[in-house]
Ligand binder design. Sequence first.
Ligand code: SF4
Ligand code: FES
Length: 278
Amino acid sequence: MSEQSNDKTTTIIFEVLRYNPETDNKPSVQEYKVQVTKGMTVLDGLTWIKEHLDSTLAWRSSCRMGVCGSCAMFINGLPRLACNNQILHLTDKRIVVKPLPNFDIVRDLVPDLDGFFEKHGNVKPWLIRKEIKEQNNPTAEYFQSPEELVNYIQFAYCIKCGACLSACPTVATDDRFLGPQALAQAWRYMADSRDEGDSEREDPVYSQKGAYRCHFAGACSEACPKGVDPAFAIQLLKKHRFCKTLGKCQETEGTTVAEPITEFKENPKIAKPPEPTL
Ligand code: SF4
Ligand code: FES
């Protein structure tokens, strides 16, 4: 059982993988006794270790609120965000922390994300327009209806944490596979009514390293801390290709530029903000 002291702290053992590729032949495991109070996250626990026990421990984090995606690591057997998981919700005994699988290790819990972002860049994750004059010198926004937004919005919630790649059995055996994150982002843009980049993304999305390498294990969608469903995006990419091959769907033109707003009209359905108090 865990030790509970009078000041309502609980002693939890942190078992942390340590590795410095410049000096170590192989990774090792180091244990720390961490004084945990209610509400402390795994990231708080690592910070406590760094402040009280071992300043050499390395990991990556930034926002501490599940937004930047930098603190993804393998915690008690699953890829999770360290800042988004409270220690006492996971265990009353032991936290085992390792870097994300399927990535090289820069140091301790820091994964090497270079290849990950290169794959992301391969799918051209931006709006592609055939007519670039307006894009380079915009006069207004491209029109998009709420219904068109719904087609891709869940895939836009990706925070590039890498958890899905670390869970993917195909990535584990084939480093060339673009993987769930990059392919989900390809679909995020291809499903966007403002985009006209299908043919520019043909290769790599439908190449040998693309959507058809997916075995549909679904582990990526289970792992995603933001509720993105990359496995579904990959199936939608396949469906889109099939539909085009049958000649049932055409490449659509991107939506037009909305009329510039020349005059502000108040919307009676939107409540006015309260008067300032100072
Ligand atoms: S799809 Fe989810 S798990 Fe994959 S990188 Fe994006 S946020 Fe992380
Ligand atoms: S520190 Fe930003 S998501 Fe955890």
